[in-house]
Design a binder for this molecule. Structure first.
Ligand SMILES: [Zn+2]
Length: 637
């Protein structure tokens, strides 16, 4: 009995581990990042474009297979066998933690080409999405594929806000004060600050190439390659600052940060840029051509600085002095505060100002005037739910009761759980709970002995009279087989990252993602066989009483009074839910489940006329199938 009681506790330990998974969205999806960079390059002046092409030509020497011959390949489609520079800004930040890792992944891994292919598919799917639900499904498919191509995809990022703009601390703050807050050493790591770190590093490298005549050809190549990685990595974060969900302001609990982010990305927001221009931004996976154009303009400004430093048009850029010529190793997943920027002089500030001018003024920090915030269904909750079910039954308990029937029941439950909804996207389902409650069944429609008309007896003569019982229910996603996340708990000690990756896959529908939700115009459907199991304990206090037919020695059928104890297992396999809505910390909703159930007799006893009991008849399992309507209210803490 003890082990049985421990199961829910173990489940909760596992769930707590799942919560360590980072759930911060990291802004534009891969094809959006790449499109912005691509447009920025395409819009360079012909002179600068020529220079940039020549930088690329030098940098790709020795890596001609992996790096495309053109610096940007606007027509690149699925199954790319080379990567252009535009893809680097998508790989930076989301598929690598530093420019050094970026370059490493680009040049030396095979999975990165799979990632590029998944991105190309996503681009096609998003372009073909007419409705919101198409988009949700496209993202779901892409996230499942991304996680497969790059197992660290969901767990790579740290818990910092590096993909976000810092919120403003006062409404009267000007651009310079804001820039200072973002760049000062020790400030929380942020998108603008990260851009500045890596852009500055790229600028120093190209300046060195321009000014140092002693470099060998290989050293020039290595420096340019590293500089391109630094710049692409920088631009990832600059691109992020144009995603609405990353401008609204981010602070507080993960669930609120994620909910707010998701809301503004989807619905967009009106912003003013620091130079006073008004515009509307949308966010991750919702990018419109106007959004790409808007961001590409600023990205181009940064690239122009990079090219002009290379040609020496921009003077006063300090040159890189080291001798290892590697891409900048600063890791944005592991660091949480801004490092000191090297060589910040007034010329650097002026160049940064040219960039910041075009950026949206971010929302205010917590307090009066902050933008409304929303909460994702993440984290622990307590809730009530009540269900109503209509169930068809295969037969009665007694072998002389072969007729099918039906019954209706009501239940009310207290639920304790953990929401992990949308760990990667709106189709994810990481819901975990245990619940306990009480259930009341109406009498079954078939009477205890079909061959006699017993309708005059009403419910008293039903094959299964009205019953009530306590019930429990558990739900947990699984990786391959139900319960495997519990069995795999020892992994938490030996390889917590592996466990988290399993959990992410489980939350997204499993390794064979047949349990991933499907979005439709009317809501979401999900196969969920094995995710949820209910058990009802009938007749465990006092056995439930029923009349049953009994064949007497002379062949006549007589009624017998029988006490039954049974265990009913409830196995829902399809679930329908209307789309989730954003709320602060409560949620309520209707779920409709298609279920099958098994009412398994445990014990039967016959009551004799003299008041004694004797062993009852051998009983058979009653198979149920039907619909359960659940009204569920949750309070998240
Ligand atoms: Zn990002």
């Amino acid at each position: 009995m003890k082990t049985r009681l421990n199961l829910p506790i173990i489940a909760f330990i596992a769930v707590s581990a799942l919560c360590a998974i980072t759930t911060d969205a990291s802004a534009w999806v891969y094809p959006e990042h790449r499109d912005i960079a691509l447009q920025a390059v395409v819009r360079l002046s012909p002179q600068r474009r020529m220079v940039f092409d020549s930088i690329w030509a030098i940098a790709r020497r020795g890596n001609e297979t992996r790096l495309c011959s053109l610096v940007v390949e606007p027509l690149q489609a699925r199954n790319p066998n080379s990567l252009d520079w535009a893809s680097w800004s998508a790989i930076g930040g989301d598929h690598s933690c530093s420019p050094q890792q970026l370059l490493d992944n680009v040049l030396r891994t095979d999975w990165i080409l799979d990632v590029a292919d998944v991105a190309a598919r996503l681009k096609i799917d998003l372009a073909g999405s007419k409705e919101m639900y198409d988009r949700v499904n496209a993202l779901r498919n892409s996230d499942i594929r991304m996680q497969r191509a790059d197992p660290n995809y969901a767990t790579r990022a740290g818990s910092n806000n590096v993909h976000f703009l810092l919120s403003r601390t006062s409404a009267s703050m000007n651009m310079r004060q804001y820039a200072h807050d973002c760049l000062v050493p020790g400030a929380e790591l942020n998108a603008l600050g990260s851009y500045a770190i890596f852009h500055q590093s790229a600028m120093r490298k190209v300046t060195r190439v321009h000014s140092d005549n002693t470099l060998t050809d290989d050293q020039r190549r290595d420096l340019l390659l590293s500089a391109l990685a630094d710049e692409a990595f920088a631009l990832h974060f600059l691109e992020d600052t144009f995603a609405s969900g990353h401008v609204a302001g981010t602070w507080g609990e993960t669930s609120v940060r994620k909910g707010t982010h998701d809301y503004y990305c989807e619905h967009g927001m009106e912003v003013t840029t620091w130079d006073g221009r008004q515009t509307i931004l949308l966010g991750d996976a919702y990018m419109r051509p106007a959004d790409a154009e808007n961001a590409a303009k600023t990205i181009r400004t940064s690239l122009e600085q990079f090219i002009d430093a290379y040609t020496g048009v921009l003077e006063n850029v300090p040159a890189e002095t080291g001798s290892d010529f590697v891409a900048y190793p600063f890791n944005v997943c592991q660091n949480n505060v801004m490092p000191a920027l090297t060589d910040i002089d007034s010329a650097t500030i002026d160049r940064l100002t040219d960039i910041i001018r075009d950026l949206p003024v971010p929302g205010l920090a917590d307090g009066s005037g902050a933008l409304p915030r929303f909460r994702a269904e993440l984290g622990g909750f307590v809730g009530f739910n009540s269900g109503a079910r209509l169930s068809g039954m295969s037969n009665g308990f007694n072998t002389l009761q072969p007729e099918p029937g039906g019954l209706a029941s009501l239940d009310i439950n207290l639920r304790l759980g953990m929401g992990l909804e949308g760990v990667l996207n709106a189709s994810g389902d990481g819901l975990v709970f245990i619940e306990g409650g009480y259930r009341i069944d109406g009498a079954s429609t078939q009477s205890f002995y079909a061959e006699k008309d017993l309708s005059v007896g009403g419910a008293v003569t039903a094959a299964i009279p009205s019953r009530s019982a306590y019930q429990v229910r558990v739900r947990m996603p699984f990786w391959l087989l139900p319960g495997d996340l519990i069995v795999a708990i020892p992994l938490l000690i030996f390889s917590p990252q592996t466990y988290q990756q399993m959990a992410v896959v489980a939350g997204n529908g499993g390794i064979i993602p047949w349990q991933s939700a499907i979005a439709t115009p009317i809501g979401r459907f999900q196969f969920m066989l094995g995710r949820e199991l209910g058990a009802t304990f009938y007749g465990y206090g006092t056995s439930d009483r029923a009349f049953m037919p009994k064949e007497a020695a002379n062949g006549t059928i007589l009624p017998e009074f029988v006490g039954i104890q049974s265990l009913y297992l409830d196995v829902p396999f399809i679930e329908y839910k209307p789309f989730r809505s954003f709320a602060s910390n409560q949620s309520s909703g209707l779920t409709i489940q298609l279920f099958t159930g098994f009412d398994i007799p445990i014990k039967s006893e016959a009551f004799n006329t003299d008041g004694t009991t004797s062993p009852g008849p051998v009983l058979q399992t009653v198979v149920h199938a039907g619909l359960r309507f659940v009204f569920d209210w949750r309070y998240y803490w």
